[in-house]
Write a protein that binds this ligand. Sequence first.
Ligand SMILES: N[C@@H](CCC(=O)N[C@@H](CS)C(=O)NCC(=O)O)C(=O)O
Length: 199
Amino acid sequence: MIKIYGSIMSSAGRCVWMAEETGQAWENVPVDFQKSEHKSEEYLKLNPNGKVPVMVDDAFVLWESLAINAYLGEKYKPEMLGSTLEQHALVNQWNFWNISNLAHPVEVLAIQKWRKTPDNDQTTTSRQSLDRFLPILENALVGKEYLVGDTFTTADLNLVSNVSALMFIGFDMTALPNIQRWFGTISQRPAFQKTLGKR
Ligand SMILES: N[C@@H](CCC(=O)N[C@@H](CS)C(=O)NCC(=O)O)C(=O)O
């Protein structure tokens, strides 16, 4: 049984979605931030960073959401990693690009959105990063249903999870029609609807 610790509102959401895509049985284990469960001695044994997600697959423990999704893909759904060496490399390229350039500003914006007194400097810096990097994704999607090849890969899933968070906080996507179209198609997937789509 695959266990994913952390709310689907957090980075854990993309791993819960990926677990559902594999067709395997999975469980989403809540981690209550209000009670600092992610800093408890027991939790830190699973993820010493004190962050979500962490995955436990039988006895195997793994943290970092994109590493978890790569593992789940390799073990249960290899076609989601690209079907040639080059496609595999491109999937990696987009996943590394995502974690280097997109995931952090998206997370910061989402946190600031719900704060009573948002940090305007952090919001501005995150928006500047997104203004710089989202057009690169927008251009890569011109005339394409999926980012790499003709099939759905973890590059799509991991990036759509961030775009989904942006949509959720009402980020203005009007200048990004290809991203909107791509998101519109992928968010119809049953596994998305059953997980992130329930937010
Ligand atoms: N790069 C990590 C980021 C994990 C992360 O920052 N998780 C946030 C929630 S989205 C968290 O647990 N924050 C609590 C904390 O930093 O104390 C991943 O993708 O798994």
